[in-house]
Design a protein around this ligand. Structure first.
Ligand code: G4P
Length: 529
């Protein structure tokens, strides 16, 4: 039976998890799957999948060596009546441009904090990307099973550092290290959890009345009740309106490891995360959910499967019903392409996607015309507002070390550029021989050189450049800038011109002396570092 896209959209919850590495994102993801019934009865398969990663994708070895996550994956599972689409984001700040793109495909985010560490540098950076994107977010304070900061202290930290009002929906009973359960502030019910071996099965829950809680949990119970009263007194309650505006964040306490509080967080996602809404188009209008199929390309990734060397465009469905085999149009080229090989992604595993609805994510295999930010559609053309480019702050010149591999080098560099893995800048004199690679964070260079060597067979050497800051410019200004000392104008494949300066001081001086020049700032410069 064919369902109505609006009804299906109302069942969807599409969100991303952001966190500082090690705060527990992988563990929490695994527990979501456990509670969604997608892991069978036992947790542990996400880790098992991780183990398989190295077999399927060579450059992901780098992730393992460095213990970071660079690639992001998409998971879909059902929870009650809802279809949950969970988008993973790269955990490292150097990849915040990628995070931004993933957030463009999400309707909300869950920020995971380690109870002992609170807000860490990369949480802050990723949170700022969330704010830039104006996306509502829930907060999960994780690792409550071991010693950490006091809950009120963590709330203060959120409020002061992020300038967002924390509104706890659950409140912990017991101290960090001896975590008993949570009071749900919506229902007033106290739920106690029981540990299971290694948290591999759902934590048994028991609702405990106040009388018994006072006997069993003594002073911890009374302390929690007092704190809840205090929060009630100052009106710290979940407010959907300020949450959707990104001004407040519902807070949940728990432990992903022992599963304590995970169900409440998942219920919170269902209740609070908005279902997909009609998507805004470049002309300011919105495409109705039941309009013909349209989708936004938010990520392009090659080399995910070593055996196939294919290239996948990740598409968030924005309107209509997608059916495998339909012929869609790629906005950029205006060309039709077949969707015979559409896939759903489950981490590194793939399945054929027969149908999809707004909020779902499709992997389109070998759709070579697609770039990040593009629309794909059926019927009435769609075009989405452009995704902003982040300001690069690190610039290195790349040369192939074995000149017989120049063809591979050129192909690899073009591929990385198209994926948006790194920005590639060319100057007229050196052309393709020695492009400048421009990155938001230095780890992008590591990924780029690793991939050029391992995926494309083109070992490269990077050399430092004098540049430290970039501004977008135009043809007219480029001629004048190129004639100056300490400035170079380089071009991107899409024709964008970037003026690179050796120092901010020098740039400010040029700006002051030549106010007629076009030198535009790009997103995320300075403030996000
Ligand atoms: P990440 O994806 O955000 O980087 O974090 P990940 O889930 O990999 O968790 C990082 C470490 O923190 C892991 O320990 C994990 O077991 C632990 N952890 C996650 N959630 C909790 C929690 O609620 N309580 C406690 N006590 N620990 C938690 P590890 O030793 O690095 O790995 P492993 O050997 O346990 O797999």
């Amino acid at each position: 039976m064919v369902s109505d896209p609006r009804t299906e959209a109302s069942r969807r919850r599409t969100f991303a998890i952001i966190s500082h590495p090690d705060a527990g994102k992988t563990t929490l993801t695994e527990k979501f799957l456990l509670y969604g019934g997608a892991l069978g009865k036992e947790a542990g398969s996400v880790k098992a999948r991780e183990g398989r990663r190295s077999a399927t994708s060579d450059w992901m070895d780098l992730e393992q060596q460095r213990g970071i996550s660079i690639t992001s994956t998409v998971l879909q599972f059902t929870y009650g009546d809802c279809v949950i689409n969970l988008l993973d984001t790269p955990g490292h700040r150097d990849f915040s441009e990628d995070t931004y793109r993933v957030l463009a495909a999400a309707d909300a985010a869950v920020m995971v904090l380690d109870a002992a560490k609170g807000i860490e540098p990369q949480t802050l950076k990723l949170f700022e990307v969330c704010r830039e994107r104006e996306i509502p977010f829930l907060t999960f304070i994780n690792k409550w099973d071991r010693p950490g900061k006091a809950p009120l202290e963590l709330l203060d930290e959120i409020e002061e550092t992020l300038v967002v009002e924390p509104t706890p929906l659950t409140w912990p009973v017991g101290i960090p290290g001896d975590f008993r359960g949570v009071i749900h502030r919506g229902t007033g019910v106290y739920t106690r959890f029981e540990r299971t071996a290694r948290g591999s099965t759902i934590a048994p829950e028991e609702e405990v009345d106040a009388e018994r809680a006072a006997i069993d949990d003594g002073e911890w119970w009374s302390a929690a009740v007092e704190e809840v009263d205090l929060l009630d007194g100052v009106g710290r309650v979940v407010d959907p309106k300020t949450f959707l505006a990104g001004e407040s964040t519902p807070v949940f306490f728990g432990s992903a490891l022992t599963n304590f509080g995970v169900r409440f967080l998942l219920d919170g996602v269902v209740d609070l995360v908005p279902s997909p809404a009609p998507r805004q188009l470049a002309d300011g209008s919105r495409r109705a959910l039941d309009a013909p199929f349209s989708g936004l390309v938010f990520k392009v990734q090659a080399g995910m499967d070593k055996a196939h060397r294919d290239r996948i465009a990740f598409v968030r469905v924005c309107s209509g019903r997608f059916e495998r085999g339909i012929t869609a149009i790629a906005e950029r080229s205006g060309r039709q392409f077949s969707t015979k090989y559409a896939q759903t992604m489950f981490g590194q595993d793939r399945d054929t996607a027969d149908e999809a609805y707004p909020g779902d994510v499709l992997g389109l295999v070998n759709a070579n015309d697609l770039r990040v930010g593009d629309a794909v559609y059926v019927g009435e053309p769609a075009s989405f507002p452009p995704l902003p480019a982040f300001a690069p702050e690190h610039f290195m010149r790349a040369r192939v070390t074995d000149t017989s591999k120049f063809k591979q080098f050129r192909k690899g560099v073009a591929q990385l550029d198209e994926e948006g893995a790194i920005q590639v800048l060319r100057d007229e004199d050196l052309g393709d021989q020695a492009p400048v690679l421009a990155a938001v964070g230095p780890m992008q260079f590591e990924v780029a050189t690793y991939r050029l060597e391992n995926e494309f067979g083109a070992p490269v050497e990077l050399s430092a450049t004098p540049y430290t800051i970039a501004r977008r410019t135009d043809d007219q200004s480029a001629a004048k800038l190129n004639a100056m000392q300490g400035v170079s104008v380089l071009s991107r494949a899409d024709g964008t011109l970037l003026a690179l300066f050796e120092s901010k001081y020098w740039m400010d001086r040029v700006l002051r002396d030549h106010p007629e020049l076009t030198l535009e700032r790009m997103i995320a410069e300075g403030g996000l570092n």
